[in-house]
Design a protein around this ligand. Structure first.
Ligand code: PMP
Ligand code: GLN
Length: 385
């Protein structure tokens, strides 16, 4: 193929390939146990596959309605009212998306104007800043403070300006596993009161919170819900990250703007999968056991790393465990994970990948959404480090 004949001015000059792709590729190349990119190594229930096959055979293979299959939007609304006490109108306030990544991107594209400031919390999930930059928005970063990575509300208050359009939050938090407390939502509500600031709440790990904690969805707080787009993903909840289906919920004024963009960047999402998810979601036991399920894996992983030279940080939710490796090495985290993958045979994510300035706390992220056998084998290798 001949080369493109002119220089290209990149819209994202500082962006390369995502760390998740880089580390999963290296894990494969080295035949390492892959605890880097976040995805389960076990399958979803057969029932879910049966429902997809059923709806395909029943002929539900053409375009679904733009905002999503009504039965699935109804099921999401019912779940949100049952769990968080807020009634979203499925007709105007819920939209089914191609996963959370698209939902986040579309929300930013629909609501952020060039020059608007958007506050994010660092370490920050990797898709937020590029989405903001592509709209001509200005990213304002507020650090979550090590070692517990809780929000510093004085710093958030200082970051708010008359140009602040949006605050993007994420609880339970990837990569730190930190979960916001009711006081955090109260502080957020206080700071945005009387402003036009919108909130995008990335709650993809809403069902994965540990030790009896409660997930503090913005949907629980009417004052916040009225200015928020809530984002979730069936990938995390039903062990189907590869299906890329999620949803957003928000007040109709924000949803109307969201849908203006959604209709042109995906139009609509895989129809038979939506019908199957509607059947499945109607049974709350399919997701209500998720916290216990993953708490068991967290505890297994943490116990199996006792006696290693990794120091484990607190993990209140998500399926990620942070670990400091200062007792093993003082090398930069990117070099450490490469060596860990090549020499110890376990892949992890360097925490610096979630900081714009490459800040390096000598901490790595492990994903424990794995079969016990996988975790046991990985921990045996990690204990030798
Ligand atoms: N937000 C966070 C915090 C995530 O961890 C992920 C994926 N792991 C996403 C968004 C994207 O979700 P999806 O795969 O549904 O696009
Ligand atoms: N969200 C997943 C993680 O944090 C990865 C998703 C992706 O590869 N983009 O590992």
């Amino acid at each position: 193929m001949p080369h493109f004949p002119a220089p290209i001015t990149s819209r994202l000059p500082a962006v390369g390939t995502t760390i998740f792709t880089v580390m999963s590729r290296l894990a494969q190349e080295c035949r390492a146990i892959n605890l880097s990119q976040g995805f389960p190594d076990f399958n979803a229930e057969d029932l879910l596959f049966e429902r997809v096959a059923h709806h395909m055979r029943a002929g539900r293979n053409q375009y679904a309605p733009m905002a999503g299959v009504p039965a699935l939007r109804d099921a999401v609304a019912a779940k949100m009212v049952a769990l968080y006490g807020t009634a979203y109108d499925p007709e105007t306030e819920i939209t089914i998306t191609a996963g959370a990544t698209q939902a986040l991107f579309t929300a930013v594209a629909a609501l952020v104007h060039p020059g608007d400031e958007v506050i994010v919390f660092e370490p920050v999930y990797d898709s937020y800043a590029p989405a903001i930059a592509l709209q001509g928005g200005v990213v304002r970063r507020v650090h979550l403070v090590a070692p517990d990575y809780r929000p510093d509300w004085t710093a958030v208050a200082a970051a708010i300006s008359p140009r602040t359009r949006m605050i993007m939050i994420n609880t339970p938090h990837n990569p730190t596993g930190m979960v916001w407390a009711p006081a955090d939502l109260a502080r957020l509500a206080e700071l945005v009161r009387g402003t036009g600031i919108m909130v995008v709440a990335d709650e993809v790990y809403e069902h994965i919170v540990f030790d009896g904690r409660r997930h503090e969805s913005v949907a629980r707080y009417p004052e916040l819900a009225a200015r928020s787009v809530v984002v979730s993903s069936f990938g995390k909840t039903f062990h189907i990250t590869g299906w890329k289906v999620g949803y957003v919920a928000g007040p109709r004024e924000l949803m109307a703007e969201f849908r203006k963009v959604h209709q042109f960047n995906v139009f609509t999402v895989n129809a038979p999968v939506q019908y199957a998810l509607a059947d499945y979601l109607a049974q709350p036991e399919r997701y209500l056991g998720l916290a216990d399920f993953y708490q068991g894996k967290r505890d297994y992983f943490r116990t199996a790393l006792m006696g290693s030279r990794f120091d484990l940080l607190a993990c209140e939710g998500t399926y990620f465990q942070l670990a400091s490796y200062r007792r093993i090495s003082d090398e930069p985290d990117t070099r450490f994970v490469e060596r860990l993958t090549r020499e110890a045979g376990v892949a992890a994510i360097p925490l610096s990948a979630f900081f714009e300035d490459g800040r390096d706390d000598r901490v790595v992220r492990f994903c424990f959404a794995k079969e016990e056998g996988t975790l046991a084998a990985a921990c045996e290798r990690l204990r030798r480090c």
